[in-house]
Design a protein around this ligand. Structure first.
Ligand SMILES: C[S@@+](CC[C@H](N)C(=O)[O-])C[C@H]1O[C@@H](n2cnc3c(N)ncnc32)[C@H](O)[C@@H]1O
Length: 347
C-alpha cells in the first residue's frame, strides 16, 4: 500500500486553502479550485462548475479521477491555465497543474503505445533540451533501464545478462517519468499492440539516415510468411544481417510464437542496435542474439546459435567483433568493387 502523505501542518481539516472564480471569454464561467485537508490527512482537490456542481474530487493518494470529469473539465482547465496564467497566484497555479497532471496520467491507461512514447519523449525534451536524435537515444536508454529492472530477460541473456554495461545516467529524469507510470503504461500498451513503435518514432522524427529506411509492417509480414511458411516444425535460425530496430525478427517471433525458432540480428548503427535490444527484450518469444557489427565483414557461417559470436550479443556496451572480420569489405558507402567481392567469394 502507498504511504499516505503527511498533512501540511499549516492546514486544518476542512480548510479551503485556495479558491478562485474567474470569467472566461467574457462568459460568466466560474471555475473554483479548492484544496483542503480531509479528516484522514489527505490533500483533497475539488473543482466546481458555474452552477456550483462538483465536477471533480480527488486526492494525491488515490489519483482517482471520475470519468465525467475527464470529459468536461480537462478542456476548461487547460484553457483556464493558459489564459489566466498572468492572474493566477503561484499556489493556485500549481494546484491546477497538479490536477491536470492527475487527469493526464489517468488517461495513460487507454493511450496507444506510440502516443505514450511521444509522452516520454516530451518529458525528455522538457527536461534536457538536446537535439531530436539525442532525445530519441535517451528515450531508448531510459526504456532499457526500466526493462532491466522490470522484465524477464532470460531469452536474451547469453554469456552474460542482457543489457550488460547499461547504467542509469539520467536518474532524476528516469524517476520523474517512472513516477508518472509512463514506462509501465507503454509496456502494457506495447504488449497489447506489439510492434516496433520505437522505429516508427525514429521515422516520424525524420532521424533516418542513408540506408536506414525501415520496412513497412505489411511488407515485413508478407516476407516472413513467404520465407518461413505456415507451419514451422524444423528448428530454424532467422537471420537479419541489417536488423535496424528489429522489426523482421519481432514479427517472425510474434507470427510464430510456438515455432522452434532462434533469432539472430546484426546492426552497425549503435543507436538502432540498442533500440533493437529494447524491442527484443520486450517482445521476442524466442531466444535471440543481436550483434553490433558490420555484417559485410562477417562470414555467413558465423550466424546462428552455434557460432562463436552468438554469445557476444545483447550487450549494451557491445564487445569488439572485429577479430572475427574476414577482410576489409568490398563494399563501402561510396564504392563497390566487383573484383574484390568475387575474389573474396572464391577464397
Ligand atoms: C534499410 S534498414 C532495414 C532495417 C530492418 N531490417 C527493416 O527492414 O526495417 C538497413 C539497416 O542496416 C544497417 N546496416 C547498413 N549496413 C550495415 C552493415 N554493413 N552491417 C550491419 N548493419 C548494417 C543500417 O544501419 C540499417 O539499420
Amino acid at each position: 500500500m502507498k504511504k499516505r502523505k503527511q498533512p501540511n501542518p499549516k492546514f486544518h481539516v476542512g480548510d479551503k486553502v485556495h479558491c478562485l472564480t474567474i470569467d472566461l471569454y467574457g462568459r460568466k464561467l466560474t471555475v473554483k479550485s479548492s484544496r483542503y485537508i480531509d479528516f484522514l490527512g489527505c490533500h483533497v482537490y475539488t473543482l466546481e462548475d458555474e452552477t456550483g456542481q462538483l465536477v471533480y474530487r480527488g486526492n494525491h493518494v488515490s489519483n482517482e479521477v471520475p470519468e465525467h470529469f475527464l470529459k468536461s473539465a480537462e478542456g476548461i482547465l487547460e484553457r483556464y491555465i493558459r489564459l489566466q496564467n498572468l492572474f493566477l497566484l503561484g499556489c493556485i497555479m500549481s494546484d491546477l497543474q497538479q490536477l491536470l497532471k492527475v487527469i493526464k496520467v489517468s488517461k495513460y491507461k487507454e493511450t496507444p503505445p506510440k502516443k505514450l512514447l511521444y509522452e516520454i519523449l516530451h518529458e525528455i525534451e522538457a527536461k534536457l533540451h538536446y537535439g531530436t536524435y539525442r532525445n530519441w537515444d535517451i528515450l531508448v536508454e531510459l526504456l532499457a533501464n526500466w526493462t532491466v529492472q522490470n522484465e524477464d530477460l532470460s531469452l536474451g541473456s547469453l554469456a552474460c545478462k542482457a543489457f550488460n554495461g547499461l547504467e542509469l545516467k539520467y536518474k532524476d529524469l528516469y524517476n520523474h517519468i517512472n513516477s508518472l507510470d509512463l514506462f509501465k503504461h507503454y509496456v502494457v500498451a506495447l504488449k497489447q499492440q506489439p510492434w516496433d513503435w520505437l522505429g516508427e518514432i525514429f521515422i516520424e522524427q525524420e532521424l533516418v539516415g542513408p540506408g536506414q529506411n525501415m520496412t513497412p509492417r505489411a511488407v515485413v509480414d508478407l516476407m516472413i510468411k513467404m520465407t518461413l511458411g505456415e507451419k514451422i516444425t524444423k528448428f530454424q535460425t532467422v537471420l537479419d544481417p541489417c536488423v535496424g530496430t528489429g522489426r523482421f525478427l519481432i514479427e517472425a517471433s510474434l507470427l510464430n510464437p510456438d515455432a522452434p525458432l532462434v533469432l539472430f540480428g546484426i546492426e552497425i548503427n549503435l543507436s538502432l542496435y540498442r533500440a533493437c535490444l529494447v524491442n527484443m527484450a520486450l517482445l521476442s518469444k524466442h531466444p535471440y542474439s543481436i550483434i553490433c557489427a558490420d555484417s559485410l565483414r562477417l562470414e555467413p557461417k558465423l550466424s546462428g546459435p552455434t557460432s562463436k559470436i552468438w554469445d557476444l550479443g545483447n550487450q549494451w556496451l557491445h564487445p569488439d567483433i572485429s577479430a572475427f572480420y574476414w577482410k576489409p569489405p568490398p563494399i563501402w558507402h561510396d564504392r563497390f568493387s566487383l573484383k574484390a567481392f568475387t575474389e573474396l567469394k572464391t577464397k
